[in-house]
Design a protein around this ligand. Structure first.
Ligand code: NAI
Length: 469
């Protein structure tokens, strides 16, 4: 029907912000309001310095903010005025209680749903944007129905964007997935939501399914992506032991069109807020359904990732003559991948923690991550106060500064700017022998080797210059 669409999104984070900015850009006649319980976050969204860094996001926000895109703390008002309510709150792994360490913590989700139940006085379409376990939509429906909101529809519309390329991913999504109840009202709600995406997404890319298929598809997609990373990382271990080169293997294997090239890059390990959390969530679901072998199968994707990080750290320690105590190590990159300031589950955190345990001195440089975030992450992982961490860790403003007097460079994030550094200059000011451990395989190891570095890359033949690594 032609009823006016008004959108409210609960949760102004990495997903809520960019997705709603894109909808506002593409649908100028739809008013999009993003609400959040964090006043600080809302204030940042309304300022010149947005709370998240994402290429292309600033332009879209500047273009739409105040026109048909609004950021506010007035959650209740936002809910009341909307016809479609997206819920894009965080769903981290549970830290305590049943399922701790695996299951999704749905506290934020339930609070948001209860808020909708409490204040929405006209029928709404409630859209799950967050990644949630299967049957969450059903649980949310129950909360709404118990509050007398029987004409509300709950849809699943998982988000597939990747941080660092979010705006492009949203502009040209491989698909938009909408799951809804198999009822007439469900079909109408799906149609209304697909009208929004139809402003810029071709019809054939909008997939409509039942709710559970949609919820499960998101967990499966992330599990498959992470599984490819863990598979190629497992191969990298074989390569190092055998003298094969993981990039050559990935190229040869990836040319098989059934396999494909993407996500076959060996590294220190995947990070980010989603992969590990979503796999563990799937593992927990499998366990609770009595599918213990299936659970174990997927669990190994995460275990392999942990092993890869540990293997990398061991290589560093072993390479530096079995001790890093008191040695300065330059850690290049703290974000979980390039082009984002996000550090959630970043491999750098674990590498840093392990090197701290070995009493190394660590000099960190990242072009985008805020210093406070680095201190926060290291406090969380070590349980130490910032003042204690500062005994081991310094944050520097450039590769050059971090590398000064360092025994080793350790690349933990694949920032493009690391490729264009003058490594001759860097080498000159380092302790000798100078080591390079490239956890992202982005640097030209032949060139670095010829400068004088002892180099180590993931899944590559070992540098025999010193016979240490
Ligand atoms: P985030 O932590 O950046 O943002 C969540 C926001 O929700 C925070 O600003 C928080 O203050 C707010 N919030 C929490 N409870 C609230 C409530 N009751 N009312 C109002 N606001 C509330 O999280 P992010 O990364 O945006 O993730 C959101 C969801 O999207 C998660 O389920 C995640 O798995 C999923 N997702 C994340 C992707 C990513 O790349 N970050 C990609 C695809 C899905």
């Amino acid at each position: 029907n032609g009823e006016e669409i008004k959108i409210c999104c609960i949760g102004a984070g990495y997903v809520g912000g960019p997705t709603m900015a894109k909808i506002a850009e593409k649908c100028p006649e739809i008013v999009v309001t993003i609400v959040d319980i964090s006043a600080a976050r809302i204030e940042q969204w309304n300022s010149d310095v947005l709370p998240i860094y994402e290429p292309g996001l600033d332009d879209v926000v500047k273009k739409c903010r105040g026109r048909n895109l609004f950021f506010t703390e007035e959650v209740d008002k936002g809910i009341r005025e909307a016809t479609i309510i997206f819920v894009a709150v965080n769903t981290p792994t549970k830290k305590i209680g049943i399922g701790a360490g695996r299951a999704a913590d749905l506290t934020y989700w339930e609070l948001a749903a209860r808020r909708i139940a409490a204040v929405a006085d006209t029928p709404k379409i409630v859209v799950e944007k967050s990644t949630v376990p299967i049957k969450t939509a059903e649980a949310i429906s129950s909360v709404l129905h118990a509050a007398g909101r029987t004409s509300f529809s709950v849809l699943s519309n998982p988000e597939f964007l990747a941080e660092g390329t979010a705006m492009d991913d949203l502009e040209h999504p491989d698909r938009v997935l909408i799951g809804g109840p198999l009822t007439e009202a469900g079909a109408t709600a799906i149609e209304r939501l697909s009208q929004v995406y139809a402003h810029w997404v071709p019809q054939e890319r909008i997939i409509k399914t039942n709710v559970w298929s949609s919820e499960l598809s998101k967990l499966v997609a992330n599990s498959f992506l992470a599984q490819r990373v863990s598979s190629i990382n497992a191969v990298s271990a074989i390569c190092e032991a055998s003298g094969a080169d993981v990039d050559e293997v990935a190229r040869a294997v990836g040319m098989d069109t059934r396999i494909g090239h993407k996500f076959l890059k060996a590294s220190v390990g995947f990070g980010g807020s989603c992969f590990q959390k979503d796999i563990l969530n799937l593992v927990y679901l499998c366990q609770s359904m009595g599918l213990s072998e299936v659970a174990e199968y997927f669990h190994w994707v995460v275990k392999m990732n942990d092993l890869q990080k540990e293997r990398f750290v061991s290589r560093i320690i072993h390479g530096l003559f079995n001790t890093v105590t008191g040695k300065r190590i330059a850690l290049l990159g703290f974000a979980f991948k390039k082009d984002t300031g996000d550090t959630r589950e970043s491999a750098a955190i674990e590498v840093c923690q392990r090197l701290m345990q070995e009493r190394a001195e660590i000099a960190i440089y990242d072009p985008k991550v805020e210093h406070e975030q680095i201190w926060y992450d290291l406090s969380e992982v070590t349980g130490l106060e910032q003042s204690q961490i500062e005994k081991y860790v310094k944050i520097e403003g450039s590769v050059q500064a971090a590398a000064k007097d360092a025994h080793a460079l350790v690349v933990t994030t694949e920032w493009d700017e690391f490729k264009t550094v003058d490594y001759r200059k860097v080498y000159q000011q380092m302790s000798k022998p100078a080591f390079l451990f490239d956890g992202r395989n982005i640097l030209d190891r032949e060139e670095l080797h010829s400068i004088g570095f002892v180099t180590y890359s993931i899944g590559k033949p070992l540098d025999t210059k010193l016979n240490t690594v």
